[in-house]
Design a protein around this ligand. Structure first.
Ligand SMILES: [Zn+2]
Length: 66
C-alpha cells in the first residue's frame, strides 16, 4: 500500500538523519502540494487553493515582464 510505503520511507529518512522524526509540512504549502503529487493523490482543498494562488502569481509575474 502506498501510505505504508511512504511511512517506511519517512522512518528510513529519519533514521539516516539521526534526528527526531519531522512532522510533515501542513497542507496549503508548496511542500504539501509536492507531497500530494509525489503520492499521486488528489490535492486537498487547502493545497488546491494554494496551488491556484501560486499559478496566479506566476501568471502575473510573466505578464509584468513582457
Ligand atoms: Zn493537502
Amino acid at each position: 500500500m502506498a501510505a505504508s510505503d511512504a511511512e517506511r520511507a519517512r522512518r528510513y529518512r529519519d533514521k539516516q538523519r539521526g534526528g527526531p522524526p519531522r512532522s510533515p509540512a501542513p497542507h496549503g504549502t508548496a511542500a504539501a502540494i509536492k507531497r500530494h503529487e509525489r503520492d499521486a493523490e488528489p490535492l486537498c482543498d487547502a493545497c488546491r487553493l494554494e496551488r491556484n494562488r501560486i499559478q496566479r502569481e506566476k501568471y502575473a509575474a510573466r505578464r509584468a515582464r513582457s
